[in-house]
Design a protein around this ligand. Structure first.
Ligand code: DMJ
Length: 645
């Protein structure tokens, strides 16, 4: 009996291929292969099988669409978030309010994207856009002048900056050109009015849920028709006060005001986060006072402001993250003595305004001290700051990581906005801002493949990561605001590019809603620009993109920004609206049939998202005139200080 050997196998193989004496029939090949297979030892067969299985697994894993689909199914089945009520989503078709819902993608990038679109489901969604309909989720400082600063002109690293330039409601020449090129598909006056009304309607719907199921509590849980408490201070109600005023919802405003007058008390034994309560509560009360002149709101602002001050009693004067507003004690989180850099540097607008109104210097002094220390610290990279700062020694910690996203974002926003608030005199703030934007350009800015979307990534110990939080989408608006106030014109160019990217973070998702975090492809040969990891597919009804759309529209009058905003509003209505009242965050923006609602309406949806949408659709430059007001990071407009000169 012939025992097959490795030698035999090799010789047969060569004979077959090189000799040409055998015919190439399929049958012969099958027999020959089988014979060869049988001639192999058990070990050889096992090895080959193992390699084949390995190759198959690698092949599957490197094909994202398949893995994402598979993982998506797994996620859906295994989802155990106790806050989410997993009920079937029943589409509920409402009449189409507008004919112009189909987005026009006039820019080159958009054109390219539409030619090279990825998954068919996305193409279907985009094709259907002209026919969108609403679906309801069923119940389921230094002031010293330097050379060249006269007449509002200062020089920074060779760039001459005309800081007196700021004319609300007018466009710079370049923007006029852009605008002329984008008149096609422009919303008519009539539809403009309807878009405004659509925001009011969305607000009323959100307010109904809040009123019916969570009145006086922090946040609505619209699916379980209940509420959640964070600080127990009526967070959503306070955050929404100035939105109601701006939207002209008088009845709703009056009932909320009555609650503030009779029910709201800060004399409570409760720990609050300094940053969150400053931007939402103190900021909300101050802006409502600024808009209405009603001293009720100023009195309440003074009360909460003074109760937050113990946070600054730390060895370094860098504030703790948490304060007990009843006991007057403060502390860092249990696990660290660090505070977040964005949190300690994004409370300045509010405390400075409190000092201006009360003539009590301690508020402004406390937050100015923080800015001074952060300005002088080592550990920055070209003006970019790390994410944490220690409350004992006042030094940056966890150094080497730089992002414009979570934990650092509003540091940059408040550099510019404090400078604007103070009448553009505090040059140190401006210089830090300008340096940081150069730092962004140098270290964090990249283009995606294949369509060359400009994005802001992250840097970790010298290693670039193409990861961008939705939170970073505040940046186009901030850059545009700076350019409007006389900062370099290339800031506006960058703002427009990033705006397009933030919009694409919505358009390229199957629901037309952005995920929390995206990753951009940078290698040539990529088939799509944006990837989303499984854990990042949620949408919390965040405002940053519509916030930037508002600024870009105000300054350019380019109506494509309004159309983009209207699309986003329609998609919020389609995928996050809960029929019994309210809107819900969702877990999965990539599956229109299984969005997996989270059962939570964040207070910033009313405080920010709907407010910015309304302002975006309004053509009245005096509805929060940007030469008179500056928005805090929670969309509460605060007065720009009158010049005392
Ligand atoms: C808001 O509380 C503020 O805009 C903050 O600066 C960032 N996070 C949320 C909105 O996304």
């Amino acid at each position: 009996m012939h025992t097959p050997s490795r030698q035999d196998y090799v010789s047969i193989s060569f004979a077959g291929q090189g000799g040409g004496s055998y015919n190439n029939s399929k049958q012969w090949r099958r027999q020959s292969c089988w014979r060869k297979w049988k001639q192999l030892s058990r070990l050889q067969r096992s090895l080959i099988l193992f390699i084949l299985v390995l190759l198959f697994i690698c092949g599957i894993a490197s094909y994202p669409t398949v893995t994402e689909h598979l993982s998506g199914l797994t996620e859906g089945e295994q989802h155990t978030d106790s806050n989410s009520v997993l009920r079937p989503i029943v589409p509920h078709v409402l009449p189409e309010p507008l004919k112009q819902a189909r987005p026009s993608l006039p820019e080159q990038t958009s054109q390219k994207l539409s030619n090279k679109r990825g998954p068919p489901v996305l193409q279907n969604r985009l094709q259907k856009k002209g026919n969108t309909s609403d679906t309801v989720v069923e119940d389921k400082a230094s002031d010293t002048k330097k050379e060249g600063e006269e007449n509002g002109v200062i020089s920074w690293h060779g760039a001459v900056i005309d800081t007196d330039k700021a004319t609300e409601g007018t466009k710079d020449e370049q923007n006029n050109e852009d605008s002329a090129a984008n008149q096609k598909g422009k919303p008519s006056e009539e539809s403009g009015a309807r878009w405004l009304e659509a925001v009011r309607e969305a607000f009323r719907h959100a307010w109904k849920g809040y009123k019916d199921f969570s009145w006086g509590h922090d946040e609505l849980r619209p699916l379980s028709k209940s509420y959640s408490e964070w600080f127990g201070l009526g967070l959503t109600l306070i955050d929404a006060l100035d939105t109601m005023w701006i939207l002209g919802l008088k009845e709703e405003f009056e009932e909320a005001k009555a609650w503030v007058a009779t029910e709201l008390t800060f004399n409570k034994n409760v720990d609050v986060n300094l940053f969150e309560s400053t931007i939402r509560i103190l900021g909300g009360l101050l802006s409502t006072y600024a808009l209405t002149g009603d001293t009720l709101f100023l009195d309440k602002a003074k009360d909460i402001g003074s109760r937050l001050m113990p946070a600054f009693n730390t060895p370094s004067k860098i504030p703790y993250s948490d304060v007990n507003i009843g006991k007057g004690t403060a502390h860092p989180p249990r696990w660290t003595s660090d505070s977040t850099v964005a949190e300690v540097t994004s409370i300045q607008l509010e405390f400075r305004e409190l000092t201006r109104l009360t003539k009590e210097p301690q508020y402004q002094a406390a937050v100015a001290e923080v800015m001074k220390q952060v300005h002088n610290l080592d550990g920055k990279l070209d003006g970019l700051v790390p994410m944490f700062i220690n409350t004992n020694n006042g030094q940056f910690t966890h150094q080497g990581i730089y992002t414009l996203g979570a934990r650092a974002d509003s540091y940059y926003e408040y550099l510019l906005k404090q400078w604007i608030q103070g009448g553009k005199k505090e040059n140190q703030l401006l210089e830090d801002y300008l340096q940081a934007i150069e730092g962004v350009k140098k270290n964090l800015l990249q283009k995606s493949s294949p369509n060359g979307l400009t994005f802001v990534g992250e840097l970790s110990h010298g290693q670039f990561s193409p990861k961008m939080d939705h939170l970073v989408c505040f940046l186009p608006g901030t850059l545009a605001l700076g350019a409007h106030n006389g900062l370099p014109a290339d800031h506006m160019d960058l703002a427009k590019q990033l705006m397009e990217t933030c919009y694409q973070m919505y358009v390229q998702m199957e629901t037309g809603l952005s995920p929390e975090i995206v990753h951009f492809n940078m290698h040539q040969g990529s088939t799509r620009d944006i990837e989303v990891k499984l854990a990042d597919r949620h949408n919390l009804l965040r405002p940053e993109t519509v916030e930037s759309l508002f600024y870009l529209y105000r300054f350019t009058k380019d109506q494509k920004y309004q159309r983009w905003g209207y699309e986003i509003l329609q998609n919020f209505n389609k995928y996050t609206k809960v029929s019994s009242g309210g809107y819900t965050s969702i877990n999965n923006v990539r599956d229109p049939d299984y969005t997996s609602p989270r059962d939570k309406m964040e207070s910033f949806f009313l405080g920010e998202t709907l407010k910015y949408l309304y302002l975006l659709f309004s053509d009245d430059p005096n509805l929060i005139n940007l030469d008179q007001y500056v928005f805090n990071t929670e969309a509460h407009p605060l007065p720009i200080w009158p010049s005392t000169a």
